[in-house]
Design a protein around this ligand. Structure first.
Ligand SMILES: Nc1ncnc2c1ncn2[C@@H]1O[C@H](COP(=O)(O)OP(=O)(O)OP(=O)(O)O)[C@@H](O)[C@H]1O
Ligand SMILES: [Mg+2]
Length: 481
């Protein structure tokens, strides 16, 4: 039952869409199918798991009329501008009409394209399973995210530092329009292309804004709000994206590209795990500022659409961008309000002060992010010892506790907001190593846990514990693997 694939992006934006086809896998084998996502999309899981489905999931047998393309984009990577990035190992197969709305079906690891530069166009099993795992954990926590529909082992050996098993990830996204897509259109100097891209983005994501007096300014403001909300959600989850280049920032407000991401364990605002982020540009605590910096680059790309004269356009963009701080602050207070178990009656300044002091307590003790927040549920029920036991400054902790309890925290809200099970770095690492060696059981166990992150279940206690200090000290993540 082949789904229909439209090609709206290719039709609207031919100058950014190179017709291309996927490399043929040597011996494709479905490793993981996301059956619940398939059901949400109205796709038949049994068909997808069969030979025709796997042929679709590797880009080999597409429905009639499909027009797969490699998408062009640019990007600021660690602050430096690369005018020509694009899908160097990926393809947009097309768009699916689903009960959730229009969704991109995209492959990662599908072979070389004209954007590959020196790369081999390939992806490997471990990092693609990691992308599936993190996306599912994000989704289960209610955080906007692209999601993997499947990971298929290609049977091809991929040369990295050592030979690795190759894989293709089939990804579902509200779209693959990135800040870098707009930078590409702007850099061509073709004003019509930039306008066509903005119109395409409006129609796809924010159709109501097309009617506003200044639709492109409205688009800019909307993306600023969406990204502020997304980054606030990451901060609450203790998530470090790791490579917030402008080509990894979406217009839809979904998280994308789980390359070198990681989770906080012992809380440090400057936590960074990426092997190439020596300066800590993408450290946990820098994420809001980097988000705003990226959105400034988005504003620059949009300038010709914002007003006829440049000074007016810059003023409009600057004014819109100044809104980021307010959006972020509001979103962050909302996230913290729920994490603290407080309802709408708690005044904003009380919530913000409690949250900031709680963070200071966690930071001074290097307390485990996930466990510390979760242990507030017991504290709200009267047993503060599990929470106190993680802290060092107990006088400060007790003073905080008294003020927090006075705001009437709800333990059930705390448990519904603060997960027990997240893809902790050491757990994901061990599960992926096992998967690469052919044993998927630990991966499946961890995936099942993080898909229902808030409900404590017997037999999963080890999945809520932090890794060893030695592991944390040596843990590094990698881009483009
Ligand atoms: N093995 C590879 N071969 C060719 N190009 C690659 C390879 N790995 C990464 N690239 C390209 O390098 C750029 C930056 O890579 P990055 O890791 O941010 O993206 P990605 O993980 O490939 O994809 P996405 O952002 O879609 O999740 C992209 O243009 C990407 O296509
Ligand atoms: Mg990327």
């Amino acid at each position: 039952m082949q789904p229909h694939l439209s090609h709206l992006f290719a039709d609207d934006l031919g100058a950014m869409a190179l017709p291309w086809t996927a490399e043929e896998p040597t011996a494709p084998r479905l490793l993981v199918l996301n059956t619940s996502l398939a059901a949400d999309l109205g796709l038949h899981a049994e068909w997808l798991a069969g030979p025709d489905g796997v042929a679709l999931l590797t880009g080999q047998r597409l429905p009639d009329g499909a027009a797969p393309v490699a998408q062009a984009y640019s990007g600021h990577q660690f602050g430096g501008f690369s005018p020509r990035l694009g899908d160097g190992r990926a393809l947009l197969l097309g768009e699916l009409s689903t009960p959730l709305g229009l969704r991109d079906l995209h492959l990662k690891g599908s072979g070389r394209t004209p954007f590959s530069r020196g790369g081999d166009g390939r992806a490997v099993v471990g990092p693609m399973l990691r992308e599936l795992l993190i996306g599912e954990a994000m989704h289960a926590q209610g955080i906007a995210t692209t999601r993997a529909l499947a990971v298929v082992a290609t049977g091809t050996v991929v040369q990295r530092e050592q030979p690795m098993p190759g894989a293709v990830l089939a990804r579902i996204a509200a779209s693959h329009l990135r800040v870098g897509s707009f930078q590409f259109a702007r850099a061509t100097g073709d004003g019509d292309l930039l306008r066509a891209l903005a119109d395409h983005a409006l129609e796809r994501h924010y159709p109501a804004l097309a009617e506003s007096a200044q639709p492109y300014l409205a688009l800019y403001r909307q993306v600023i709000a969406a990204q502020a909300g997304l980054i606030a959600a990451w901060m609450g989850a203790g998530f470090i994206h790791g490579v917030m280049n402008t080509d990894n920032m979406t217009i839809s407000g979904e998280s994308i590209d789980y390359g070198p991401c990681a989770y906080l364990e012992g809380y440090r605002p400057d936590a960074v795990f990426s092997s190439i982020d020596d300066a800590g540009r993408y450290a946990y605590g820098n994420q809001p500022a980097v988000g705003q910096w990226n959105l400034a680059r988005f504003g620059e790309a949009l300038l010709p659409l914002l007003a006829d004269d440049e000074t007016a356009a810059i003023e409009a963009a600057t004014d819109a961008l100044a809104g980021f701080s307010t959006h972020y602050r509001n979103a962050w207070v909302g996230v913290m309000r729920a994490k603290l178990g407080l309802d709408a009656t708690a005044p904003t300044d009380v919530v913000a002060a409690l949250a900031e002091e709680h963070l200071a307590l966690l930071a001074s003790a290097g307390a485990d992010w996930t466990q510390s927040w979760r242990s507030l549920a017991a504290a709200a029920r009267g047993d503060a010892e599990p929470w106190r036991g993680r802290l060092l400054d107990l006088a400060q902790a007790d003073s905080w506790l008294e003020r927090w309890r006075a705001a009437s925290p709800d333990p059930e809200l705390i448990e519904a907001t603060n997960p027990l099970y997240v893809p902790r770095n050491h757990l994901a690492d061990a599960a992926l190593r096992a998967a690469e060696a052919g044993d998927l059981a630990p991966f499946e166990r961890l995936l099942a846990a993080v898909r229902e992150p808030f409900t404590e279940r017997p037999g999963l206690a080890d999945l809520s514990e932090p890794g060893s200090a030695e592991f944390a000290a040596g843990f590094r993540t990698f881009c483009g693997t």
